[in-house]
Design a protein around this ligand. Structure first.
Ligand SMILES: Nc1ncnc2c1ncn2[C@@H]1O[C@H](COP(=O)(O)OP(=O)(O)OP(=O)(O)O)[C@@H](O)[C@H]1O
Ligand SMILES: [Mg+2]
Length: 361
């Protein structure tokens, strides 16, 4: 049996991810939701109504379906691909095309692509067309079967961000299938980890999955670095930043000398625009001269309050001084923070996380 006694409560207006190894029954489960596969036993209810009692046509109309490799009609233009369902629903050509143009914009496709055919688009663009087509009739439910698996990691990240944005704006109920656990953790409000036979190994929010995997199978499937990856659920806003060591490249020797403190053995030099240039040792700077060539690299800055503790820790680990650089949305340095301070924030976050879990039962 492809899927055996799977029981899931899929929350409204959020992304539920089904993840599991190849052949475990993800596609079958998805196809049962729109009745392309009929379960031999059991029921699926939507808003409390058994979908088995609903006419297949109206059921499918309420569900957009995105399949792997986009599955576009090769002989139709991009615009007509997207307009397919509205046309089937009897919309006029004009109205359907206007809607299709709107959707191209929404999924980040340039209007100039409208008249092209699928083979004239990149893989990532084709995936966007697939998403636009599924959204065309504004269905409340979106079923997505490994929609981003055929594109490179960078395009994939872009598509994931786009999907999160669309979800934010449109509030669809999305069931998303993937075999990539990182994608599941990134996108899911709830994540269902399936094992062979469509049996449910665990159904939990991503942070909980990383903290307390139900068994060895889930733990194995989550892979290495569980602790580090969990840090992406904690904000960097709790970090106390130090501003003293930041000096601008045009500072005077006295200004620079006044910044050197025993707690901060290095100074972060910024351009006159406030953006970081690199680290310098104070001894060098008290000579009164800053030469950009002599600076140590500052690693990868994190955006304070927006990026997570994981990004902050990564910045500190990459920095030759062991201090991470915090920037604002415009890239200006707003402070620096040591590995030790980040370590303390991590311990606090874990302690609070555990308290929350207890509250949640
Ligand atoms: N039409 C079918 N008839 C009989 N068995 C099928 C059918 N479709 C799929 N199966 C079997 O059901 C099981 C689950 O298949 P399914 O396609 O749902 O897996 P999946 O989790 O989507 O895998 P993948 O990650 O490779 O896409 C597999 O063992 C498969 O061989
Ligand atoms: Mg599949």
């Amino acid at each position: 049996m492809a899927v055996d006694r799977l029981s899931l409560e899929i929350p409204d207006r959020s992304i539920t991810v089904l993840v599991g190894p190849s052949g475990c029954g993800k596609t079958t489960t998805l196809r049962m939701i729109n009745r392309m596969v009929e379960p031999s036993e059991g029921t699926i209810t939507l808003d409390g109504v058994d979908i088995g009692r609903q006419p297949v046509n109206s059921l499918r109309r309420s569900m957009g379906y995105v399949i792997q490799n986009a599955g576009l009609f090769q002989h139709r233009t991009i615009l007509d691909n997207i307009a397919t369902v509205p046309r089937l629903l009897g919309w006029s050509k004009d109205r359907a095309r206007t809607r299709a143009r709107e959707l191209m914009e929404r999924v980040g496709l340039d209007a100039s692509l409208a008249k092209r055919y699928p083979y004239q688009l990149s893989g990532g663009q084709q995936q966007r067309v697939g998403v636009a087509r599924a959204l065309a009739a504004d269905p409340p439910v979106l079923l997505m079967d490994e929609p981003f698996s055929a594109v490179d990691p960078i395009v994939r990240k872009g598509l994931q961000e786009e999907l999160l944005r669309i979800q934010d704006e449109l509030g669809k109920t999305i069931v998303f299938v993937t075999h990539d656990i990182d994608e599941a953790i990134r996108l899911g409000t709830m994540v269902a980890v399936l094992r062979t036979g469509g049996r449910l190994a665990q159904f939990a929010p991503p942070a909980e999955l990383l903290t307390s995997p139900a068994d060895a199978f889930v733990e194995d499937f989550l892979g290495a670095d569980r602790g580090i990856r969990r840090l992406s659920f904690f904000t960097s806003e709790t970090l106390e930043l130090t501003k003293t060591p930041i000096v601008a490249v045009d500072s005077s020797a006295e200004q620079i000398a006044s910044r050197a403190t025993p707690e901060v053995p290095y100074l972060l030099v910024t351009g006159i625009d406030g953006k970081p240039l690199g680290w310098s040792e104070p001894g060098e700077l008290t000579a009164g001269e800053i030469t950009a060539e002599r600076l140590l690299p500052y690693g990868r800055p994190f955006e304070y309050g927006k990026d997570s503790l994981r990004a902050a820790l990564d910045g500190a680990v990459l920095s030759p001084t062991g201090w991470a650089v915090a920037v604002d949305g415009t890239g200006r340095a707003v402070g620096v923070v040591s590995q030790q301070t980040i370590g303390e924030a991590i311990r606090r976050a874990h302690a609070e996380g555990h308290r929350d879990e207890k509250v949640a039962g």
